[in-house]
Design a protein around this ligand. Structure first.
Ligand SMILES: Cc1ncc(COP(=O)(O)O)c(C=O)c1O
Length: 397
């Protein structure tokens, strides 16, 4: 699509022109696992076996590459499979500098899987570029970031880290799941690799588990293609097809997620009734320590709001009174979710590391959906009033 500049135009039309033969305006779903070959070593159109190449997956990869302004994309069967693909680019003995507030499954993969294969990791507060620089050793091959982080929503200056990494000949990978390509494009900020759990905003409807890696570098793409073929953690064609449908509304969903999250964060920040809500973390609040960077680096502040209710008992009380918010893992879908990172998504992160980040037993991560914000705020106000009443009765007794 040569003339498409707008994100939404691209998300609907890039690599999704009407089918040449039939005129179908929706991509074809190609379920074949194998392809007729015209002779020895003569596959038709490059397709041999669906683990290696599948037309629907190839089309999805072209669509997703377009959204991140990337030359290449490899789709995987989950966000963690995408991470495993990226880790396959490295060798035993390589050192990785990683953010200290990453998705718990990423930390689990680094500490309990990759460390067995000789990779070493230093977990650093990457919000401070000087600390990133200090952690680099002659063996460092990658700086691995989430910005904003899951679940504490702290930001790293991706451009500054990428500049430092270029000087030292180190690659930078950014997990862009929390922002989606609509809000932030790390490759434009100098990163080498972008990852997504497409289970989240890209899919958006809690019905696809998937992952993707985008890059401008053909050699990286080729190695990831080899990983797709050799390891086989590729998405099923129907999931690829569903994802192409989902990204057509990504911009609309993200606008609404951001609008709702801002309203919820402002409400929670202003309504610390009885101190029930001890802390509110949202990059859109002027009080967020990296509010200025958030405005500069991305087109919006995202759909996640993290709060601290002070204790596990308060969280248990809070979730008892939720109806619109579903108490569940995951994020980035049309329905609002509440999650308890301490015992759910981040249970695999060492306790001392969690405490250092402010990830306490009172933290709740809210994934703000696209429902009417008034309904969300009313429900939160209702649930918090029970937390406040309970806290007051405990302190009175
Ligand atoms: C930021 C982030 N990255 C990666 C993942 C892993 O993705 P998946 O669950 O699709 O494997 C998650 C899952 O919650 C996540 O939140």
């Amino acid at each position: 699509m040569k003339n498409a500049k707008g994100f939404t135009t691209k998300s609907i039309h890039h690599a999704q022109q009407a089918d040449e033969k039939t005129g179908a305006v929706v991509p074809m779903l190609s379920l074949a696992t194998t392809y007729k070959q015209d002779g020895i070593n003569e596959p038709r159109g490059g397709f041999e076996y669906s683990r290696a190449q599948n037309p629907t997956r190839q089309q999805l990869e072209a669509v997703l590459a377009g959204l991140e302004n990337a030359a290449y994309c490899n789709a995987f069967s989950s966000g963690l499979a995408a991470l495993a693909g990226v880790m396959s680019l490295f060798e035993p003995g390589d050192h990785i500098v990683a953010g200290h507030d990453l998705y718990g499954g990423t930390v689990r993969y680094f500490n309990q899987v990759m460390s067995k294969y000789g990779l070493t990791f230093s977990y650093i507060d990457t919000t401070d570029v000087a600390l990133v620089e200090a952690a680099i050793t002659p063996k460092t091959k990658l700086i691995y970031l989430e910005s904003p982080t899951n679940p504490m929503l702290s930001l790293t200056d991706i451009e500054a880290v990428a500049r430092l990494a270029k000087q030292k000949n180190i690659k930078v990978a950014v997990d862009n799941t929390f922002m989606s390509p609509y809000l932030q494009n790390p490759l434009n900020l100098g990163a080498d690799i972008v990852l997504h759990s497409s289970t989240k905003y890209l899919g958006g409807h809690s019905d696809i588990v998937g992952g993707a890696v985008m890059t401008q570098d053909k050699a990286t793409f080729d190695k990831l293609f080899f990983n797709q073929k050799a390891v086989g953690a590729v998405p099923a064609p129907f999931d690829c097809w569903l994802l192409m449908r989902s990204v057509k509304t990504l911009s609309l969903r993200m606008e609404r997620h951001c609008e709702n999250a801002m309203a919820v964060a402002e409400f929670l920040d202003a309504s610390r009734t009885g101190d029930a809500v001890e802390k509110v973390y949202y990059p859109g609040l002027a009080s967020h320590p990296q509010h200025e960077l958030a405005g500069r680096q991305a087109k919006g502040f995202g759909g996640i709001v993290t709060i601290d209710l002070g204790s596990r008992a308060s969280v248990a009380e809070f979730i008892k009174h939720l109806e619109i918010f579903t108490f569940a893992e995951s994020l980035g879908c049309v329905e609002s979710l509440a999650c308890y990172p301490w015992e759910m998504t981040h249970a695999a992160v060492p306790v001392e590391q969690r405490r250092k980040l402010g990830l306490t037993e009172g933290v709740v991560r809210l994934s703000i959906g696209i429902e009417e914000k008034e309904d969300l705020i009313a429900e939160l106000e209702h649930a918090i009033s029970f937390v406040a009443a309970k806290t007051a009765s405990v302190s009175a007794s």
